[in-house]
Design a protein around this ligand. Structure first.
Ligand code: BGC
Length: 394
């Protein structure tokens, strides 16, 4: 049986500045790495900053008609209020190069990293600091052209929970009240950024990249079901409920199925996954989850772009099946009314996986960090065939 995807479907992959560019020395992540908090230093990454043409050529060779990357705010605004135009010109060249190669660009404005000066004045913890983000947004939108799709913030829930609840990302805090403040400030930032961008040109399509997980009860009972409803509300829906009127589309990043377990005796929520098949990071392989999560998003009545979906799989053993099964589930969701317009795999290249360093390999393309040699993984060729056919055989 053949599954055909809608006409003009966006096919491609995603990256982010700090994970692939190299030499991002002015942000809070670099500062964190220098304190020895991660076993690798990000600057030896694949040097997308210099090699973007080679990398985009490879994406083109893999049939991509779309590419998602992010701007490094700390390079564009190295000091508060001081914008480096040469940096913005460089980003313009990357955008233009995608265009020359007939690729749609999905540009993210904030993908986890903050300029160090911004963190030092309290970062997202202070409502008034949102204005600094908006000044940067305004500068960028006035100076980078040939754009249509703009993603304001990548994964606000992951940013907030890792930096302010688990504390394993900068700024390394564990404070639920701060986490709530940061989360609310990001909602405010998205909504106001939307207004600014649309006021420059109403044809811009502005969205968020939202990580939604599929939550289910470990065993069906009242208290586990309650935990699932709570998690869905706070993790999946709360942000979207507050930005839905300031969004042209929803970017969905799907990675996780979490089976929730709790009890009155231990009033905490645990995830107890069956983990029969896992990725190199031990994350459960659960393609049905993307279908469930897409159906949950239908209520927003907005176009959906899958802005990330992928796995750590150094030996490329599972990636082909992963892509196939997730796309089957995406197709099923489309048949049932989810307005999905594109699929961007995470990631084009092996990259710096935050607290995990370089070990996890998410790339369609393998990178040798010593020699900078790049090798296309077999699964990427399989993905290319799907793109060429705009569909797949099952
Ligand atoms: C992030 C990426 C990250 C990927 C895999 C997403 O949460 O946006 O930056 O590398 O997941 O963990």
């Amino acid at each position: 049986m053949r599954l055909n995807f809608p006409e003009d479907f966006f096919w491609g992959s995603s990256t982010s500045s700090h994970q692939v560019e190299g030499d991002c020395y002015l942000n809070d992540w670099w500062d964190w790495e220098k304190q020895g908090k991660v076993k690798d230093l990000s600057n030896k990454t694949c040097q997308f900053w210099n090699n973007y043409k080679k990398d985009i050529d490879l994406a083109k060779k893999l049939g991509h008609n779309s590419f998602r990357f992010s701007l490094e705010w700390s390079k564009i605004e190295p000091k508060k209020g001081v914008f480096d135009h040469a940096i913005v010109e460089h980003y313009q060249k990357i955008v233009s190069y995608c265009r020359e190669n007939q690729m749609e660009v999905f540009l993210t404005l904030h993908h986890f990293t903050n300029p160090l000066w911004f963190s030092k004045i309290g970062g997202w913890e202070k409502r008034e600091n949102v204005n600094y983000f908006l000044e940067y947004v305004s500068y960028v939108v006035s100076n980078i052209h040939e754009l249509r799709y703009i993603i304001t913030i990548n994964e606000p829930c992951v940013y907030t929970s890792s930096g302010y609840i688990r504390g394993n990302w900068p700024p390394g805090k564990q404070n639920i009240f701060l986490a709530i403040t940061v989360y609310k400030n990001m909602i405010n930032a998205h909504n106001r950024a939307f207004e600014i961008i649309k006021s420059k040109d109403e044809n811009y399509q502005v969205g968020i990249a939202k990580n939604n997980s599929y939550f289910s009860p470990y065993k069906k009972n009242f208290i586990n079901n309650l935990a699932v409803s709570g998690a869905r509300y706070f993790w999946n829906n709360y942000f979207l409920n507050n930005i839905k009127d300031h969004s042209d589309f929803i970017g969905l990043n799907y990675y996780f199925h979490n089976r929730l377990r709790t009890s009155f005796k231990y009033p905490f929520v645990f995830t107890e996954n069956e983990n029969k098949v896992t990725t190199d990071l031990g994350w459960e392989y659960y393609p049905t989850g993307i279908y469930k999560v897409l159906l949950e998003l239908k209520k927003y009545n907005l176009p959906i772009i899958i802005t990330e979906n992928g796995l750590a799989d150094a030996k490329d053993k599972l990636r082909q099946k992963f892509i196939k099964e997730h796309l089957k589930n995406v197709h099923r969701a489309i048949r049932e009314g989810a307005d999905v317009r594109g699929y961007l795999h995470w990631s084009l290249l092996d990259n710096f996986e935050w607290a995990e360093g370089f070990a996890p390999r998410f790339g369609l393309i393998e990178v040798n960090y010593e020699t900078q040699k790049m090798v296309i993984r077999d699964s990427a060729l399989y993905y290319r065939k799907i793109i060429e056919d705009n569909g797949l055989e099952i």
